[in-house]
Design a protein. Structure first.
Length: 254
């Protein structure tokens, strides 16, 4: 690992790389561009920071990553239903023992949610560094307000305006969809197992960022075509920031 700048020694980046994906086998090891796996892309974003890879099967990591600090994730927090927040908390404890440091901020870089850049991470950290009242920060992507919820086998749908008339989108506030390619938490929130805590800083990504949210094989095929062009745009992206003190429901999830 190259020398860490003193201004970055309070930050730990964690790359959670569970190997038990059921919809895409070993998803985190699959390539998003030539010779660059999803886990490698996340690891490269963390360059210049203390970092670790949390995985249940370290032996499967490619050779170029085996020199990184790897945390062996316990089986009880490695299945498909386990909350990833527990894996991040476990990795933080192990990393602080390894590096002999107590970190102030913990950055989670989910490999299969890939719309991010070093510039975006730097900008988000600057906001948290400059405001002690912000507990967490997370990326979300712009979307339009006309959202339909449908179910297979049902001919009834829900949407974001029924039973009211559909309004002009320019008369409505911003709508964002969660695309948590970068989540930053203060240390105490991670140790308590939280994904994020209020007050929360939401950093907006472009609407096309959701094309890099990879769940199934088709998503990965599309991402491999789109990512090379998106990568250049993400490197220079400057999003909007929204400071959130409270939440309410748009539509109950019935």
């Amino acid at each position: 690992m190259p020398p860490i700048s003193p201004s970055r020694k309070h930050v730990l980046c964690v790359i959670p790389a569970r190997m038990g994906s059921t919809r895409i086998k070993h998803k985190n090891l699959r390539e998003i561009e030539s010779s660059v796996s999803l886990v490698r892309q996340a690891y490269d974003i963390a360059d210049g920071f203390f970092s670790c890879i949390s995985t249940d099967q370290p032996a499967l990591l490619p050779g170029d990553l085996k020199e990184s600090f790897i945390v062996k994730r316990p089986l009880e927090i490695s299945d498909a239903v386990s909350n990833v927040s527990f894996a991040i908390s476990h990795a933080l404890v192990k990393a602080e023992e390894y590096y002999e440091l107590e970190f102030e901020f913990v950055v989670t870089l989910m490999p299969a949610i890939a719309a991010r850049s070093r510039g975006i991470l730097k900008t988000m950290l600057e906001f948290l560094d400059g405001d002690n009242h912000i507990e967490s920060a997370m990326t979300c992507a712009h979307t339009h307000p006309w959202i339909w919820k449908v179910r297979t086998g049902s001919r009834k749908a829900a949407n974001t305006w029924h039973p009211n008339p559909q309004r002009n989108s320019q008369d409505l506030p911003e709508y964002l969809v969660e695309h948590a390619s970068i989540i930053i938490n203060r240390r105490k929130n991670v140790l308590s197992g939280k994904k994020w805590e209020l007050p929360l800083l939401i950093y907006s990504l472009p609407s096309w960022a959701t094309a890099l949210d990879i769940d199934i094989e088709r998503d990965l095929e599309h991402a491999k075509v789109l990512y090379p062009a998106m990568k250049q745009l993400l490197d220079t992206w400057r999003g909007e920031c929204y400071l959130i003190d409270g939440c309410s429901s748009i539509i109950p999830d019935a």
